[in-house]
Write a protein that binds this ligand. Structure first.
Ligand code: F6R
Length: 605
């Protein structure tokens, strides 16, 4: 979703701001803008649509020649995508400009009061209320005005603000929306700072910071100076490029064997698993645990479903899974005897964060599986395990999904062994199998050529069905989500046994049905399900192992997954479905990295 960048220093601000915004394009946005202080005046330029529009608009603009400025990519929440609603917003006297990530919940009250005092509003955004509130408090000291305003604001915000009276300074403030600071820089996403500075500090809720070219001074909400740790940036400039690939998604798909090794295999040695983050989860704790509860959104929720399968079958711990937005909508039974796990690539997903906070309030022990270091979820959970996927730029997740699935499957082995549901030799053989996953994914990647052919047969489809059972059902859910979000082909996923309870009515001559069958114990049942739809005209695309002859013989097309131990076989199947979705989207002429209407980091409810 929205992205913030700020710069003050000896360089020209505009190219720094545009570069930072370009690095955050992956987050999703519908307008962009910059404000630069030039000769003591603030100049604002904004454009609807892609960043390229803003680049065109600002090219050669001598009035943007200053050394201090702020930039923003906006994902509309209050007010449609338009130039008026795009950030930065400029005060009526032209002396203060502000960009904002988050949502100001009491903006209507603030706006009413300010309207009564005669402040004019030019946009439909909640952000403008924050800007005008700061104006109303400003009497020459930016910190006082920001602190007084933040005390009145409810909701979430990361602000970057410039004052024409202080042409070499940036001001920032945050509540529940991430913000990093470094001398000369501020940004909402570490990626925007890659290659610009070596280390940065995440400011905390309530913090306000003043930034010059060579200093950062951080204050708490009462304007007392505070220290926040500066840590090396986890993102390197070269990780933010496409390399030899034509899209980030293709690059990220290809990185999965290495990501799995970094995330999972590196934790295994001498027949043991190392999870130092949770080494106090001993046998007594795990045996007394009433249940595990997993909450997440989208693809991470699909990982949660697999987690339920793993924790129940391997570690014999009852496990519930709930979409985070639903978790917030009912009174879920979670207490101190629950281990509450949240899974999130970004670590900023608003619903997942809210679910985590509710579970903490209810007394549950919380564990987060997160990719982005420093993210809010990673800082608020009692325990955190980081996936080592590196920056994931394509909006549709691929390598982060595989890394999350890797961690949850390894955790189930760890819990099972610690509890005693698997013995040393059982653990050894499972570790041997999980260590083989990177090679299995690697051997699936050359099937790209096959994916291209299969994609040809799918590209004009109106509706596609995915079928699976058990783990394969969850893998199919993920495959279907990938196809929908980047190729815009409608698809539905069914637990194979459920199809005949109504939905089989939708199968017509030529309807593509993707049958995911990686579990030998379920081959026969899956072949029956495939036969049922085949005789109603379905075009069957099987994703299965070479030995599953029954299914392969009745399929119109079969993508053969590498041989793998059943528990870990879905990894290869998901990689096939990622490639298939990617090829379909390309054939249909879409940008696979930036699907319409989607944001990478969903920071609003
Ligand atoms: C799908 C996708 C989304 C995310 C979901 C959760 O490709 O990327 O469904 O999985 O928005 O995001 P995180 O993992 O950042 O909490």
């Amino acid at each position: 979703m929205c992205g913030i960048i700020g710069y003050t220093g000896v360089k020209k601000a505009l190219p720094v701001l545009l570069d930072g915004l370009a690095k955050m394009e992956y987050r999703g946005y519908d307008s962009a803008g910059v404000a630069v202080i030039h000769n003591g005046e603030i100049e604002v330029r904004k454009a609807k649509g892609r960043l390229a529009e803003l680049c065109k608009l600002t090219e050669g603009d001598a009035l943007l020649d200053g050394n201090c400025g702020i930039g923003h990519t906006r994902w509309a929440t209050h007010g449609q995508p338009s130039v008026e609603n795009a950030h930065p917003h400029l005060s009526p006297d032209g002396r203060i400009a502000l960009v904002h990530n988050g949502i100001i919940e009491n903006f209507a009250e603030i706006k009413n009061e300010l309207l009564q005092k005669g402040y004019p509003f030019r946009s439909q955004t909640d952000t403008e209320a924050a800007l005008l509130l700061i104006c109303s408090h400003y009497a020459g000291d930016p910190l006082d005005a920001i602190a007084a305003s933040c005390a009145e604001i409810k909701g979430s915000y990361a602000f970057a603000i410039i004052f024409a009276d202080f042409p070499d300074r940036l001001y920032v403030a945050r509540w529940d929306s991430p913000l990093l600071v470094s001398p000369g820089y501020a940004a909402s996403d570490a990626i925007a700072l890659a290659g610009k500075c070596e280390d940065a500090a995440f400011i905390k809720n309530g913090d306000i910071a003043e930034i010059t070219s060579d200093s950062v001074t951080i204050y708490d909400r009462a304007l007392h100076k505070v220290d926040r740790p500066f840590l090396p940036l986890a993102v390197r400039a070269e990780q933010v490029g496409k390399g030899n690939y034509s899209s980030f998604m293709e690059k990220e798909i290809s990185e999965q064997p290495a990501v799995f090794t970094e995330t999972v295999v590196k934790r295994i040695s001498d027949g043991n698993i190392s999870f130092p983050e949770i080494n106090n989860f001993d046998g007594v704790y795990l045996n007394n645990l009433r249940k595990i509860f997993i909450s997440a959104c989208g693809s991470a929720y699909h990982v949660g479903l697999c987690g339920k399968y793993y924790f129940e079958s391997v570690a014999k711990i009852p496990t519930e899974v709930e979409i985070a937005s639903e978790f917030r909508s009912r009174d879920v039974l979670v207490d101190k005897d629950t281990l509450f796990i949240v899974i999130s690539q970004s670590g900023e997903t608003a619903d997942t964060l809210a679910a985590l906070r509710i579970a903490k309030e209810k007394g549950a022990r919380t564990l987060a599986i997160v990719n982005v270091r420093g993210s809010t979820i990673s800082r608020e959970a009692d325990y955190v395990i980081f996936t080592e996927a590196g920056p994931e730029i394509a909006v549709a997740t691929t390598k982060a999904f595989t890394a999350q699935l890797g961690i949850i499957s390894l955790l189930s082995l760890y819990f099972g062994y610690t509890k005693g549901t698997i013995d040393q030799s059982g653990l050894r053989s499972l570790l041997h199998e999980i260590t083989a996953v990177p090679a299995e994914i690697e051997s699936a990647l050359p099937e790209l050529e096959h994916s291209k052919k299969t994609a040809e047969s799918l590209k004009d489809a109106h509706d596609v069905f995915f079928l699976g059972r058990g783990l394969d059902w969850y893998a199919a859910l993920e495959g279907s989500l990938k196809l929908k979000e980047i190729s815009y082909i409608h698809s539905e996923t069914y637990a194979a046994g459920e199809l005949k309870h109504g939905s089989i009515a939708l199968i017509e001559q030529g309807t593509p049905v993707i049958v995911v069958a990686t579990q030998p114990s379920l081959y026969d049942k899956m072949a029956v399900a495939a036969a049922e739809v085949k005789c109603r005209g379905a075009q069957i695309i099987a994703i299965t192992a070479a030995e599953n002859e029954k299914l392969i013989n009745l399929a119109d097309d079969a993508m053969i997954i590498p041989e793998a131990y059943p528990l870990f076989a879905p990894f290869g199947a998901v990689v096939f479905m990622q490639m298939l979705a990617c090829e379909c989207a390309k054939l249909r002429g879409f940008d696979v990295d930036k699907p319409r209407n989607l944001a990478k980091s969903v920071t609003v409810e």
